[in-house]
Design a protein around this ligand. Structure first.
Ligand SMILES: *Cc1c(COP(=O)(O)O)cnc(C)c1O
Length: 403
């Protein structure tokens, strides 16, 4: 009898990524179901008072209460851990909850964070307004300037934080180099791996200590649910971050975990398709007379193309470009589309188009935007899974009118 008939405690590390994405973490019940079930239960019953006591005391493993033990959520956690190559994963209610759980699980008042300045807007607000209130200060540096990272480190720095490639300009951080710097200063390196996913980039293998996800994006892949995750070692993620999660409770719902599990099964296929379509679109945009500059790590013209080729196994689905003519021209191109969705989300099968200067980066002052390189003519496209030619033709309408 194959062991997984009732309890799949198989070692999946010997399998390749696409196999782990389909299979890892599943525990079949005695019903013999093929697909992963959704366990919609808030609590679990025990065989005896003694068993209940042993589980509560942590002496025997097993489910207790779905804020911190749920089989569907655990399957998602084990599958994502197997993809990122981490010992432990903690699923959370959102990507922001994953960042919060990481910081409150690992940091204390007086600690200091050095962060890339090119991070998700709400992450900056979390660091400045909420961690700042607790006495945890953050310094911001240019993602692609290793000397600036080193100069910003203080004796009390405990965490370095980055996203790579960045949004929307697809600037890269050198994960291996920054991990080495972090470890030389007794710091942890956390990488928000939202844009690449483990299908294209595995930060832990490059030396990072913690990987953070907004599962809302590519892990879901079809824009349905909000969720997040933290992946890393047994002590910090399995102990400290999980400890915060089980107490404070920003937990992932079993239904959302199930949607993300189904998303993971097609992750590698989808990321390859997003990357291929984005590469094609970027190459076409580079030849268009109304386009001043294209930002895509897969282009030979990208200043960090060599690092991207080394650090990532694909270049991802996000393409940004600057049109000649500033905001009026950018809005004209966006408003001329009929197919693309005008929204700020990304990681969906549906292609989305965004004007960063007036939406995601609208809170910045014009000077701050200029400093960050977010021009008024910049457009971001999160390339979806439609036919790439239809995406191109939808953009061509507005661009040709400008040209
Ligand atoms: C969306 C996003 C987040 C926040 O995730 P939510 O699931 O919306 O809470 C964090 N980091 C990056 C890079 C994101 O794109």
């Amino acid at each position: 009898m194959r062991p997984e008939t009732t309890d799949m405690t198989q070692d999946f590390s010997k399998y390749r990524l696409a196999t782990r994405a389909v299979r890892a973490g599943q525990r079949r019940t005695r019903e013999g179901e093929h697909a992963e079930p959704i366990f919609t239960t808030s609590s679990y019953v025990f065989g005896s008072a003694q068993e209940a006591a042993a589980r509560f005391a942590g002496e025997v493993p097993g489910n207790i209460y779905s804020r911190f033990t749920n089989p569907t959520v655990r399957t998602f956690e084990e599958r994502l851990a197997a993809l990122e190559g981490g010992a432990c994963c903690v699923a959370t209610a959102s990507g922001m909850a994953a960042i919060l759980a990481t910081c409150l699980g690992l940091l204390k008042s007086g600690d200091h964070i050095v962060s890339s300045q090119s991070i998700f807007g709400s992450t900056t607000v979390l660091f400045d307004n909420y961690l700042g209130k607790l006495g945890i200060d953050t310094s911001y540096v240019r993602l692609d300037d290793p000397a600036a990272w080193e100069a910003a480190i203080r004796p009390e720095t405990r965490l370095m934080f980055l996203e790579t490639p960045s949004n929307p300009l697809t600037t890269l951080g050198d994960i291996a180099a920054l991990a080495e710097l972090a470890h030389a200063h007794d710091c942890l390196l956390a990488v928000d791996n939202c844009f690449c996913t483990p299908a294209l980039q595995q930060p832990l293998a490059l030396g990072a200590d913690i990987v953070i996800h907004s599962a809302t994006k590519y892990l879901d892949g079809q824009g349905r649910c909000i969720g997040g995750a933290v992946v890393g070692d047994a002590e910090r993620v399995g102990g400290d971050v999980y400890g915060f999660l089980r107490t404070a409770g920003p937990s992932m719902s079993p239904f959302n975990a199930w949607v993300f599990l189904k998303g993971l099964e097609t992750l590698e296929l989808r990321m390859r398709a997003h990357s291929a379509a984005a590469a094609r679109l970027a190459a076409w945009l580079e030849t268009h007379p109304a386009v001043a500059r294209v930002y895509y790590p897969g282009l030979a013209s990208h200043p960090q193309h060599e690092l991207a080729s080394r650090q990532q196994s694909g270049f991802g689905g996000i393409v940004s470009f600057e049109v000649v003519g500033g905001q009026a021209a950018a809005w004209q191109v966006i408003d001329a589309t009929e197919l693309l969705s005008i929204t700020a989300n990304l990681g969906d099968a549906k292609t989305t188009i965004t004007h960063p200067a007036s939406t995601t980066h609208g809170r910045l002052s014009p000077e701050q935007r200029q400093e960050a390189g977010i021009g008024d003519g910049l457009i971001r496209v999160a390339v979806g899974l439609e036919d790439p030619l239809d995406i191109q033709e939808d953009l061509a309408r507005g661009l040709d009118a400008l040209g």
